[in-house]
Design a protein around this ligand. Structure first.
Ligand code: ADP
Length: 328
């Protein structure tokens, strides 16, 4: 059976980008067609300045939201990365296979390092090596497919390179994974700056729709989205990125193709109104299930405990085999 692995970072509240670009697909498709693992990658949240208590809270919230989005622990494994030692154990071996130059070429590293420096902070070494830990997350489970948004494709590519290199050097140990991108909403953009992705880590508010935003907050954010000058509604990603983003969000939430949907509107206002309602409707069931799950915290705890046990049992043989292949 195909094995699928993917994760979310507990660095901020989960966004509409996370939902449309990843979680929704995991729940609707991946957990049914494959042996799937979904991980709250809390070790990755330590690569930048953070408040430990907040990371713990956000990890729990992310787990609750994954279940609220429809992940079913009877069909898939939901767990927290730091609960399974194999990730860090394997990461070290892969650091001995990866190169310094390879790490420095990672686009996200360059972007985030600049951001940390601007804030006056120093860049943690783990920010540089983070893609190696991500490769360990993926390779430890002999993963075939990694369903991710567009922004993570380069990291999955690195995991492939490291798997191939390790296998060549030490003998066949890892499955070589591949990224699978969603056909719609692979890159939901910030409503206030449609040249930047809607990323939770920015936590600045008005351009980001959070999964737990009240319907009125969602409406306000969508209605205030930056559009382009002009009046006609056309789908053109390069020339009209703000409009294209709204059309893609509408298509992802209500169905249809962005270019065709554009033909049905003669004003930006009408498009924004329909998009806002479509987002509110898409989030409604998730928010309802989230409320119900929050009333039963013991359940989420139990899912995570059980998930870690299952994940450990799957990862250990592979990571042991990797140590064995090196002769340790
Ligand atoms: P973030 O950038 O929000 O910290 P994560 O690294 O936790 O994202 O990603 C969780 C999943 O959500 C990944 O599969 C990622 O590709 C996807 N994702 C994140 N932001 C977006 C976005 N704006 N559009 C589409 N997919 C996204």
């Amino acid at each position: 059976m195909t094995r699928v692995f993917s994760g979310v970072k507990p660095t901020g509240h989960l966004t509409l980008g996370n939902y449309l670009g990843a979680m929704r697909q995991w729940a609707a498709v991946d957990q049914h067609r494959a042996e799937a693992l979904f991980c709250i990658v809390d070790l990755h949240a330590l690569t930048v300045d953070h408040d430990p208590a907040r990371v713990r809270r956000l990890s729990r919230q992310a787990a609750t939201l994954l279940l609220a989005a429809g992940l079913d622990p009877r069909l898939c494994t939901v767990f927290v990365q730091s609960h399974v030692d194999e990730h860090a154990r394997l990461s070290y071996l892969l650091e001995c296979v990866a190169t310094d130059g390879e790490m420095r070429r990672m686009i996200q590293y360059k972007e985030k390092a600049v951001r940390e420096q601007r804030r006056g902070g120093s860049v943690r070494l783990s920010l540089l090596t983070y893609p190696v830990l991500m490769a360990a997350d993926i390779l430890a489970y002999r993963t075939d497919e990694v369903p991710v948004g567009d922004d993570q494709a380069q990291h999955v590519e690195l995991s492939r390179d490291l798997a191939v290199r390790f296998n060549q050097r030490y003998g066949h140990t890892f499955t070589v994974p591949r990224a699978t991108l969603p056909t719609v909403a692979a890159r939901v953009m910030n409503l206030q700056d449609p040249t930047a992705k809607m990323g939770k880590s920015d936590d600045t508010g008005p351009g980001i729709v959070y999964l737990l935003d009240d319907p009125d907050v969602v409406r306000k954010k969508v209605m205030r989205a930056v559009t382009d000058s002009g009046h006609d509604v056309v789908y053109d990603r390069a020339a009209r990125p703000g409009l294209a983003n709204l059309l893609e969000i509408l298509a992802a939430c209500a169905g249809g193709e962005p270019a065709e949907l554009a033909g049905g509107y003669d004003s930006y206002g009408a498009l924004k109104k329909d998009t806002a309602e479509a987002v509110v409707e898409a989030l409604r069931p998730v928010q309802e299930r989230h409320r119900a799950l929050c009333a039963d915290p013991g359940y989420v705890e139990e899912v995570l405990r059980d998930g870690a046990e299952r994940a450990r049992a799957m990862a250990r043989p592979t990571v042991d085999a990797a140590y064995g292949a090196i002769g340790l």
